[in-house]
Every structure is written in structure tokens, then in C-alpha cells.
Design a protein around this ligand. Structure first.
Ligand code: ADP
Length: 498
């Protein structure tokens, strides 16, 4: 049989207490008896001394047995004890315990230990059951040698121990009751202590069992500050950690699933379209040259779109996986702006936008990958061109925030982004207006790529509203000289999963 810790602790404590109480009880029982005996002996000494003194004159001359017996009786009455007088050969001369006429028949007392001792040393004691009275008796015998007497005699006083035994019994009973109460109390206390000690352990076992079943919210309630309390606290911390890890895993899992679902959806749309037009062509549209050309153009456009999505996805997964190494070279923001503008200017001009660049000379350098930073600005400028109705104004600007930070921004007078959508536009495939984005050739991945590249450079990106209309995308990057010194990154970016 296996005992629980609670029982082990309780039984162990009880065993120790029971042993202690038993030893204490035995010692106390004994010392009570000895103490009482000592008190009786003390009283006996005084009474025997007085008896000896009183009897002495009656022993001087050849003793008158009747007088002696009368005095012995009187003394016995007054001392509440038995008085015996014994001569040197052990003959009993007087004894208060027997009638006068029976004194002569009392057996010889010469061999009684206390009598022998008294004759030899002047004084003797003994405790035993009396042959004459049948009671347990304590005896004290004193040798008396009256002047003028031929031989010494012994005066012996015996006190029955019935009173003493009663007293000892009473005391021992009181002690037994006290010890029993102490035992009962200690049973309760030891169970309480054992319970207090082991409850957190039981809780821990229960919670651990629930954790294994996936109930990560369970915690141990503990108030104690001892080792068990510390164990419970550590256990709770471990559960917290597990809870976090588990939640983080679940979130990641959800992000992954959503991503796969999104990708499938994004790819299916152009593919369905392509399939539809190919079928239409096979069904006869190919015989109508004008219709065939129109369908083929649509197929080409959808293929381009598929290509675009796949390119963006590839780029995103490369950056995310950390597979591609970013270059670490000094980069001028004005160069980034020039290169971007060179490729996008025709597109902007086609929509009649006025594009201005405001980058002050002498701005500090950024350390990073020029190609990737051009990609960032290209995506932002491309969006500004796309989401601004014809003849809008787009500004590319840069400024030094302080010694540590530079800001590059793209401001447009376009359709703007509602407040609630702003933090989310950096998520993969998140679009304020799906149809519009698609129509404009968007993949929903441009800003996600921007965010990844900027963060790999130790910076942040966010979007604000432009007044009166439009949006302002801000990229904050650490200056080359501050790399390694930047302790904290300004806390303006969003923490949404991209
Ligand atoms: P998309 O390929 O759809 O443009 P992005 O990741 O580049 O994907 O942008 C995500 C969404 O953010 C866009 O669909 C659009 O709704 C919004 N957005 C991005 N840039 C702008 C802008 N300059 N003005 C208005 N809305 C924008």
C-alpha cells in the first residue's frame, strides 16, 4: 500500500509525539510515586521519633506489657499509624494492630528488614505488604536504648499506603487525562500541519494533470512563503510560460493557415479567369479574330498578374525566412529617390501627377541594402500613383529626425486610408478595397514587403493621414553613425503580424 505524503507526515509526527508522551508519562508516573513516598517517609520520621521518645520511659525497667500496649494504642490513635515495639530477640512487646491478648501470639519480628537494620544501625525502613494487617505498608524502625535497660529495643511505626496509593492513583489519572488530551490535540495539529504542507502539493498534482490535458489556464492558489510555496510559484511561472508558448504557437499556426488560404484564393482568381477564356476560345471564339485577340489579351493580363503575385510571394518568403543576406553599405537617400523616380516617373506622368522631391543636401547616410531600399520606395511610390486620382500631387521627402534617425516619406493627395485600416495595411493580402486593388494590378503584398525590409534595417514604417486628403507613409531608418548605439526604436510602428 502506498501512503500519501499527507499520511506519511501526519503519522510520522504522531509517532514522534506518542513516543515523547509515553516516555514523559512513564517518568512522571514514577516520580509522582517517589515524591509521595518521600513525603510519607518524612511524616513517618517525625511520628516515629515522637513515638520512640514517648515509649522510651516504659522500656527502661522490665516492661509492663499492658502499659506498653496501652501507650502503643494511644500513640497509634494519635499518629494514625501502627505502632510496634520489638525487643532484641525479635519478640513483639506491643502492637497497636492486634488486641492486647493476642500480642503474645505475634510471630517473631527479628527478621523484618527494618527491624534488623534498626538494631544494626539505629534506623531502618522498608515498604511491603504486612503479614499481620495484609496492607501495603511503609515502616520506619528506630532503636531505643533507654538508660538503665539491659538491651535496646526497637520502636517501629508503620503507615498503610492506602492513602498514598489513592493519591498516586488520582495524580496518575489526572496525568493520564492530560496526556490523552495532549495526544488528541497533537493528532489534530499534526493532521492540520500535514494538510497545510501537502495541499499545495496535491493542487500541483491536480493542476499538472489538467495541464497535460491542455487546460493551460489552471494555476495553483498558494499563500505560503516556504519551500512548498516557492515550488508552487515556480510551477505557476512554468504554466504561464507554457500558456504563452502554446498561444504563440496557436497564433502562428493560424497565421500560417490564413496565409495558405489567402495565397490559394489569390492564385485561383486569375487562374479561373484564364481557364474560362481558354475554354471560350476552344468553344469557338478562336474563329472570331477580334474576339480571340480580346480574350488572349485578358489571358495575358491574368498571366502577368499570376506572375506578379508569385514574384512578390517569393520575395516576401525569402526576406521572411532570413535566407537572403542584406548588404551593409552606406546608402544616400537621394540616390534611392532618384533611382525610384527614374523607373516610376512615366507611370506618374501618365496619370498627370506632379511628383516633387524634397531631400536636403548633407543628410547623414543610412547603412543598408540599396536595392532593397529602392524596392521600399518603389512600392510606396507605386501605391501613391495607383491610389491617387489623376492630376494629384505626390511628394518624396527626407529629413533628419535627430542624430540617430532619418525619415523618408511619401505623401499623396489620393483616396486616403480609413483610420481603422491604417495599422492593418501592412498585413499580407490586406486591402482596403479588394476590387479596386485588383483592378489597379495590386497583389496586396507590397506593403508587407516594405515592412519586412524596413524592419530588417532596424527601422519602422507607418502610415498617417494627409490633410486635407491622401496618405503619408513614413519610413524611419537609423543613421549609419548610430548603428549599434540605438538602444530603443521609437514606438510608433504597429505590431500586427505581416
Ligand atoms: P496592393 O497591391 O493592394 O496595393 P499593398 O500592400 O501595397 O497592396 O497595399 C495594401 C492596401 O493598402 C491597398 O490595397 C490599399 O487599400 C492601401 N493603400 C496602400 N497605399 C495606399 C495609398 N497611397 N493610398 C490609399 N490606400 C493605399
Amino acid at each position: 500500500m502506498t501512503l500519501s505524503i499527507r499520511w506519511k507526515v501526519a503519522l510520522g509526527t504522531l509517532l514522534a509525539i506518542a513516543l515523547g508522551l509515553a516516555v514523559a508519562g512513564v517518568l512522571a508516573f514514577r516520580s509522582i510515586e517517589q515524591l509521595e513516598l518521600a513525603r510519607v517517609e518524612e511524616a513517618l520520621t517525625a511520628r516515629t521519633g515522637l513515638a520512640a521518645l514517648t515509649l522510651e520511659p516504659f522500656l527502661a525497667h522490665p516492661a509492663d506489657p499492658l502499659r506498653l500496649q496501652a501507650v502503643a494504642h494511644e500513640l497509634a490513635r494519635q499518629a494514625s499509624a501502627r505502632v510496634t515495639v520489638i525487643d532484641q530477640v525479635g519478640r513483639v512487646l506491643a502492637d497497636s494492630a492486634v488486641p492486647d491478648e493476642a500480642v503474645a501470639q505475634i510471630e517473631n519480628h527479628g527478621s523484618r528488614p527494618e527491624v534488623k537494620l534498626a538494631f544494626a544501625a539505629g534506623r531502618g525502613t522498608d515498604v511491603r505488604r504486612s503479614d499481620t494487617t495484609g496492607q501495603r505498608t511503609v515502616y520506619l524502625a528506630l532503636r531505643v536504648a533507654p538508660a538503665g535497660a539491659k538491651n535496646p529495643s526497637v520502636v517501629r511505626v508503620g503507615m498503610p499506603l492506602t492513602i498514598l496509593e489513592q493519591r498516586v492513583y488520582d495524580l496518575q489519572r489526572a496525568l493520564a487525562i492530560a496526556l490523552s488530551v495532549a495526544f488528541v490535540v497533537s493528532v489534530m495539529v499534526s493532521f492540520l500541519i500535514a494538510g497545510g504542507l501537502t495541499r499545495p502539493l496535491q493542487d500541483m498534482a491536480t493542476v499538472a494533470r489538467q495541464l497535460t490535458k491542455g487546460a493551460f489556464g489552471q494555476r495553483i492558489q498558494t499563500v505560503s512563503h516556504d519551500e512548498v510555496g516557492m515550488l508552487a510559484k515556480t510551477f505557476n511561472q512554468m504554466a504561464d510560460q507554457l500558456d504563452r508558448d502554446f498561444n504563440a504557437r496557436r497564433r502562428l499556426e493560424k497565421v500560417r493557415k490564413d496565409f495558405v488560404a489567402n495565397v490559394s484564393h489569390e492564385l485561383r482568381t486569375p487562374l479561373t479567369s484564364i481557364k474560362g477564356y481558354v475554354e471560350a476560345l476552344l468553344d469557338g471564339a478562336k474563329d472570331n479574330p477580334a474576339e480571340a485577340e480580346q480574350f488572349l489579351r485578358i489571358i495575358l493580363k491574368q498571366s502577368d498578374r499570376l506572375n506578379l503575385i508569385l514574384e512578390d510571394l517569393l520575395q516576401l518568403s525569402q526576406i521572411e525566412s532570413g535566407q537572403v543576406q542584406f548588404r551593409q553599405e552606406p546608402v544616400l537617400l537621394s540616390t534611392i529617390a532618384e533611382r525610384t523616380l527614374a523607373s516610376l516617373k512615366p507611370l506618374a506622368e501618365k496619370k498627370g501627377h506632379a511628383v516633387t522631391v524634397a531631400i536636403p543636401a548633407g543628410l547623414p547616410l543610412v547603412t543598408g541594402d540599396e536595392e532593397r531600399l529602392v524596392q521600399v520606395l518603389t512600392n510606396l511610390l507605386d501605391n501613391a500613383v495607383k491610389y491617387t486620382p489623376e492630376r494629384g500631387t505626390i511628394q518624396i521627402a527626407a529629413r533628419a529626425v535627430d542624430e540617430a534617425w532619418l525619415e523618408l516619406s511619401v505623401t499623396d493627395t489620393g483616396i486616403g486610408i480609413p483610420n481603422a485600416d491604417r495599422p492593418r495595411v501592412f498585413e499580407r493580402f490586406y486591402r482596403v478595397d479588394k476590387a479596386r486593388s485588383r483592378e489597379l494590378g495590386g497583389t496586396g503584398l507590397g506593403l508587407a514587403i516594405v515592412k519586412h525590409i524596413v524592419e530588417r534595417h532596424g527601422g519602422q514604417v507607418w502610415v498617417e493621414g494627409n490633410t486635407p486628403v491622401g496618405s503619408r507613409f513614413v519610413v524611419r531608418l537609423p543613421t549609419a553613425s548610430s548603428i549599434g548605439h540605438n538602444e530603443a526604436v521609437p514606438n510608433q510602428s504597429t505590431s500586427h503580424q505581416v
